[in-house]
Ligand binder design. Sequence first.
Ligand SMILES: Cc1cc2nc3c(=O)[nH]c(=O)nc-3n(C[C@H](O)[C@H](O)[C@H](O)COP(=O)(O)OP(=O)(O)OC[C@H]3O[C@@H](n4cnc5c(N)ncnc54)[C@H](O)[C@@H]3O)c2cc1C
Length: 385
Amino acid sequence: MRRRDFLGTAGLALAAPLPLALPAPVQADGCAPPPPLAPIRASVDRIIAINVCSRPFRAAGPRIEAERLGRKTVVHNYGHGGAGWSLSWGSAARALELVKATGERDVAVIGCGAIGLTTAVTAQRAGLRVRIHARERPPEVSSSWATGVWTPDSRLCTAAAATPDFERQWEAMARTSFRTWQTLLGLPGSPVEWHDGYALSDVPFGPGAAGKHEGEPGYAVLESRLLGDLRPVSRQLAPGEHPFAAAHAARYTMLGFNIGPLCRLLMDDFLQNGGELETRSFESPRQFADLREKVLVNATGYGARQLLGDESIVPIRGQTTRLIPQPEVTYGLYHLQKNVFVAPRRDGILVQSQEPGDFGNPDTTPDRAASAAAVRRLAALLPQG
Ligand SMILES: Cc1cc2nc3c(=O)[nH]c(=O)nc-3n(C[C@H](O)[C@H](O)[C@H](O)COP(=O)(O)OP(=O)(O)OC[C@H]3O[C@@H](n4cnc5c(N)ncnc54)[C@H](O)[C@@H]3O)c2cc1C
């Protein structure tokens, strides 16, 4: 097995942000060791928010194609599973090609989540006039409740869907997105940041180390195979090189999104560039005929299931829990078997986990007991005292 595949094939059962090349432990040649890790205060009484939303999963991957509906051209851009933020800019670029092919200068975008906002801003940057129509806007969209890390192949499509053609398009999309995310570093509010992350495991890293969640299909593993050059190489840590309660550990580098400031930035950009935003709910695609624009981008995410009757979209429920912010905590954490993932966000220490039966489950009622259990699992991994 090639080194780059080493952890990638471990199956990324959570939000799954591992980059995945894990050479044997090495000395950090001339580099200063990382500073001591500030302790995470993982206790249930520090929970400040629990949010649930549905990943809009399609076995075949996102739908990005143009369709003629009456007198309108509708460019679909939905169904990004657990990778919507990660792939958004590249997906927007593909949708924009289809919009530009119509020759129209005015475009309506239906939806104001990760995909609608980035599509709208991308279209404006290409000189188009854009109006967004959406039932909800941030922070009330599903995208606002995501974990907020670069996971470009997370719950995106089944392994069977990943044909060579699909992989080529996915790779182009992911690389465009990755490049664009780097342009948003260092901005006020830190919409995008790099952090260290620690992958923990009870068994040696390798294929099958991460358990599969009940009822979920075999997802395509793309990042470790196709994007191995994009992130710094991960490093296995020897016992004593990390403070966590785990037999095996590795340090990797994660690209994180602070979703509140990020949405604020995208909204501000959109409005400052002359964008208009209308609150509107569409009950049927027939209502698209009311719009003055001849070209529409359908970025309704999970909403497309009802709006278009598209049953290829399957909800994958996901719940995130935020603990009181700790600005001194600047690292993430992920245990391959213990079903807990942590992102060090500015608006709180974000804890994410999956429950049996989340696949196909459209219920977005928060489950406080599940959040409390995830926080307790996290606490058990942390140094005591
Ligand atoms: C727990 C969890 C964690 C996640 N973590 C990550 C992560 O770390 N990184 C990552 O890349 N992805 C992550 N995802 C996936 C990501 O959140 C989704 O892929 C993304 O939010 C989809 O964005 P969207 O714009 O398509 O949909 P939404 O955010 O749902 O936006 C849809 C928009 O369309 C509007 N709309 C819908 N129907 C209608 C209608 N009929 N009429 C008018 N407007 C309508 C809505 O109001 C909204 O404005 C996560 C998902 C979950 C559940």
